[in-house]
Design a protein around this ligand. Sequence first.
Ligand code: ADP
Length: 395
Amino acid sequence: MQTRRPDGEILDRTANLERFDLPLSPAGLTAIRQGRTRVEVASTENGRLLIYSLPVRRDGQILGVLQLGRSLSDYDQAQGTLGRILFAGGLVALATAFASGWLLAGMALRPIHQITRTARAIGRLRDFSQRVPYAGPSDEIGELARTFNAMLEELQAAYVQLEHAFQAQRRFVADASHELRTPLTTMRGNLELLRREPPIPPEDQREVLEDLITESDRMIRLVNDLLALARAEAGQALRREPVPLRPLLSELGRQVRRLARGQIIETPEAPEASALADPDLLKQVLLILIDNAIRYTPPGGRITLQARIEEMSIALDVQDTGPGIPSEILPHIFERFFRGDPARTGGGAGLGLSIARALVEAMGGTIEVQSQVGVGSTFTIRLPRSPDEATSSAK
Ligand code: ADP
């Protein structure tokens, strides 16, 4: 506390001020002289001071000034600390917001990065077995990862299928070339013999010519078979019409009896029904099976050709009492160029059953075999039953 005279001169001060003056601005002094109190903030070397000055009056006359000073350093210090805390807190909040934003964005975008990486790796390595690892929630990104993986699965299946088809095609071309080369080499050897000087004896010449005819017949058969197989596998435009079983089987029975080499041919009466098929191709398939049965069944054996009605299909059996097919080769007999025991095969190229299967499948049917060594074999073709009859007989 401090007192001044009305002209501003200091009169006295309390001991806590020591020798320190509480300042009063000229504007403050003027206000005091006019009888008004005055509040001022003064900056001193010890910090800011809040100074309250009020006039001391007696009988309406200003006798002096009473000044009270209060240090603002606590307040300033607290304000400074608060400012620093706010600034530091703001910085931390900003850094946290930035880091968590960055982290969240990174987490959200990780599956997309993985999809991009996987797609790039697949493009580079052609490895469709790769998948995007995703264990997150099933949101839009999860959906994207799942769709991408499903697409990869489809692609992988298509690629594997294509690869198998390509390999099968390559094997087929190699096998076909090999099969064609054998008769051609024999024919070439025979032609060389005919060109010899001096010529070979006339009876040998006849034999060589016979061989040439046999080999060229074999080649014609082989080329015809290859053509039939290519057509069947290309799924040529097929006629699909009701083929009545009775006339079909009785005609085939007559034909087979002419071809048989001492085997007994049985054709039990066929049911009154029709299969849905291409009549010419169905006959071709049955002739392949019958031809095999005749070739593999010894004289005196029995070959049965019969038709059965099943719920929605027609089953046609070609059964023989031949040697049967060993179980280890049974799964392969429908493969192209597959031949069983070469000592027993009747000179076929191993294409008959693959042609039969391709034709049956092109007609929307199936072919299967049951066989027991020493007992015989049964080949069964199943074809759709003509729908008109299937429904009318069900009534
Ligand atoms: P192939 O020209 O050799 O007869 P196929 O494709 O017709 O060719 O038959 C493949 C193989 O299946 C034959 O080599 C033979 O081993 C076996 N096979 C086919 N039909 C019969 C049958 N009825 N009895 C015994 N084996 C058979």
